[in-house]
Design a protein around this ligand. Structure first.
Ligand code: OSB
Ligand code: MG
Length: 357
């Protein structure tokens, strides 16, 4: 899937999205799951070819050997396989989707959604120059996005953030995401961001630096939010107990699925910790599921749940659109509530494998 424009973060540049989809077929329905693993293991250790391999060789065989099962049992069946949460999440979502479609229930209703639309934020990559960044942010604000997230990295932090805050004013909901690019030794630089009234700073330090995030949090006024560090509800419980974050970015792929994502939501809600729904440049399939999750009551901050055209000139589903209030609609149909457009999917497909039960 070619991206409309290259997406640059502290860990690399993405110009296209190599998407692994899983389709589960039963006599009554088809179910879809999207794997969020990227082409290279730079955001986390998973990568798309590795995900395809573990799904093919270890996950599907275990699932088929388990016989008839409900989606709630998928994670337990796959649990002996270590890691590979993005691969597991895709498989669980496909099973959950087909099960819900058979029952005529939407994913949002199943998960406990309390809204029929959710406010959309936008994640803005690192640019070559500040004027270029200001143009891009101006376009997104003009389109109606209710919150802007700037990717930062050492050398691209205080100045771009200052420029955006000065240009767009104090009312713009603004936050930053470092994708683990700093160390505790950078605390004084990061503290300079306190001047710009940011909603949060996302994942400033390495994924395994929970204790150091707790130390950093004491040195910053800006709330620390964790992304890469949180791979499970257990991680979220530890992070909260340590004081490592006040906010959690919930990405279902990163935590092994939508059911674990809901457990993190419930845990954070009980602790008064705000959550929001992250994204991984999903197509309409993964996007539909993220938007359903973002409609749960604890999602009190706008997510990276942008409209399809922020990423793709042509999505593989009917595109998600931004409404006049900067929101996207939660799909109401059975399961994900959207499906691939056959011709578009066929044109984008580079390979398929079929595993009979
Ligand atoms: O860290 O949130 C991140 C995209 C790919 C990998 C990691 C991240 C992101 C984003 C974009 O920030 C979120 C989106 O709009 O899908
Ligand atoms: Mg992030």
């Amino acid at each position: 899937m070619p991206l409309r424009s290259p997406f640059r973060t502290s860990f690399g540049v993405e110009s296209e999205r190599d998407v692994l989809l899983i389709r589960v077929v039963t006599p009554d329905a088809d179910g879809w799951g999207e794997c969020v693993a990227m082409s290279q293991p730079l955001y986390s250790s998973e990568y798309v070819d590795g995900a395809a391999d573990v799904v093919r060789r270890f996950l599907i065989p275990r699932l088929l050997a388990a016989g008839e099962l409900d989606p709630q049992q998928v994670a337990a069946v796959l649990e002996p396989v270590k890691g590979h949460r993005m691969a597991k999440a895709a498989l669980e979502l496909a099973v959950l989707d087909v099960w819900l479609r058979e029952r005529g229930e939407s994913l949002g209703a199943y998960l406990g959604a309390v809204r029929d639309r959710v406010p959309a934020g936008v994640s803005v990559g690192i640019m070559d120059t500040v004027p270029e960044l200001l143009d891009v942010v101006r376009d997104f604000v003009g389109q109606g996005y209710v919150r802007v997230k700037l990717k930062i990295a050492p050398g691209w932090d205080v100045e771009p953030v200052r420029a955006v805050r000065e240009r767009f004013g104090d009312d713009l909901l603004l936050q930053v995401d470092a994708n683990a690019a700093y160390t505790l030794a950078d605390a004084t630089t990061l503290a300079r961001l306190d001047a710009f009234d940011l909603l949060l700073i996302e994942q400033p330090l390495a994924e395994d630096d929970l204790r150091q995030h707790a130390e950093l949090a004491k040195l910053l006024r800006t709330p620390v939010c964790l992304d890469e560090s949180i791979e499970s509800a257990k991680d979220a419980a530890d992070a909260i107990a340590l004081g490592a974050c006040r906010i959690v970015n919930i990405k279902p792929g990163r935590v092994g699925g939508y059911l674990e994502a809901r457990r993190i939501h419930d845990l954070c809600q009980a602790h008064g910790v705000a959550v929001w729904c992250g994204g991984m440049l999903e197509t309409g399939l993964g996007r539909a599921a993220n938007i359903a999750l973002a409609a749960l009551p604890g999602f009190s901050l706008p997510g990276d749940t942008s409209a399809s055209d922020r990423y793709y000139a042509e999505d593989i589903t009917e595109p998600f659109l931004l409404d006049a209030d900067g929101c996207v609609a939660v799909p109401a149909g059975p399961g994900l509530g959207v499906e691939p457009v056959p011709d578009i999917l066929a044109a984008r497909t580079t390979s398929t494998e079929w595993r009979p039960a």
